[in-house]
Design a protein around this ligand. Sequence first.
Ligand code: GLC
Length: 536
Amino acid sequence: MIDTTWWQRAVIYQIYPRSFQDSNGDGVGDLRGITRRLRHLVDLGVDAVWLSPIFTSPMEDFGYDVADYCGIDPLFGSMQDFDELLETAHGYGLKVLLDLVPNHTSSEHPWFIESRSSRGSAKRDWYIWRDPAPHGGPPNNWLSEFGGSAWAFDKESGQYYYHAFLTSQPDLNWRNPDVRAAIHDVMRFWLRKRVDGFRIDVLWHLIKDDQFRDNPVNRGFREGQPPHWQVLPLHTTDQPEVHDVVAGFRRVANEFEDRLLIGEIYLPPKRLVAYYGKDLEGVQLPFNFGLLETRWHARELARLIDEYEEALPSGSWPNWVLGNHDRPRIATRVGIAQARVAAMLLLTLRGTPTIYYGDEIGLTNADIPPELLCDPLGKSVPFLGRDGARGPMPWDASLYGGFSNTAPWCVCPYDEGSPNVADQQESAASMLALYRRLIEARRQHPALAIGSYQPLVATGDVLLFKRSHEGSASIMVALNLGAQPAAAVLHGSLGVGKVVVSAFGDRMGEMVKEEVDLRPSEGLVIELSEQSPRAS
Ligand code: GLC
């Protein structure tokens, strides 16, 4: 029997706090609102909640610009509200993960204010300051992910500072040991409060080339791609020394019992898995965003899964993500019919899944008129705008969806008939019911929660794979990724099976043999009567 810890069996749920539940009538979600809605998570069956940043912030990047790592922004409530949230969550058996943003602070953080105050300031080296290039202008060609040069000129001191994102998000200098110590203390502050871990923002960005060499020009760049792709981030991300920093985070987490670190890292599998660290002393879960980046096609998904599974270092634990606050919602990307298949894939693959709030009711991106856009990225590069995926959670069919009693912070007018939690509670055929059944199935079947993965078929639109765990029933997952009926052949000796989860909620208990018919966009989770032999 594999010895598993809580986060290996867990299903994680991401909350974007501004948009989950408003409790004080200002149109912005807050901590008390989240506490009030925790029952929804318990009913859904998830195990852990990750909260996007709730810290003191001028909110230029909606909390990813932190001005005090140990303070709660008044928009979200108080420290007491946070303590109540944590206690209530723990009372329900839910773990709570916070968002640690160590790559950069807000330009309003006292550290930056001090650093900027003069070239001789004691904190000057806490950020990345450089002289202009010999003939003037920025020190090199590094680009910001939010558009334009990544260097901002500070007139007072005549130097530039580096910012991988907004000019109001200066990057910390992670080569400086005092910076490391200060952020480690931030971690300890929350871990002592019994927070269960962190999702760490842009982990692969933390260290930059110490010689500040120009990034190479990307010859494959095409119009319509994010502008910062014009150069390849060879010297700005994924530097070898970053792994030292990651191991440092892990050492701090290990000072406490059973805490989890998840890293936000957008890299292909082979480079991603390096963040598990040497001897697995990095983060326990480097976020695997493969499903966000791969075309929705059976063979391509099968290839992604194989590539990822193959890249995993021995003893490491996989994970899968279908959506987050930076990417279009899954129901918008693949359509509402395929969003069910996607849910089935997320929750039946091997590894810890993370659900993005609202996806469990099949929420699509909100249509937001240009004059109401808030996201700084969307303002500078409209086709990358993220507001649509950050709309208020629709709890019921009332005017503001039960989210607030006033117009929400970004007016996201859901159409009439768009999904809401209350309606879906009532229906056995709803997306919400499907999510619940899938999570419940993970709990009931060790093969799904912790079993091995075996690819079987990826032909046409059909994706078929098997999950097995010694001593318990094996599970077959059959997914139709197309809009036409399809048949999944259960290949030879797999025996007879019983449907335990069906995409439309209407085939549960059905016995299947050799061949299973799948309706368009249908998926089935099938319990096989054969048991995996116990290892002797
Ligand atoms: C991460 C966050 C994103 C934010 C960026 C800069 O990618 O997920 O929302 O804008 O970091 O902090």
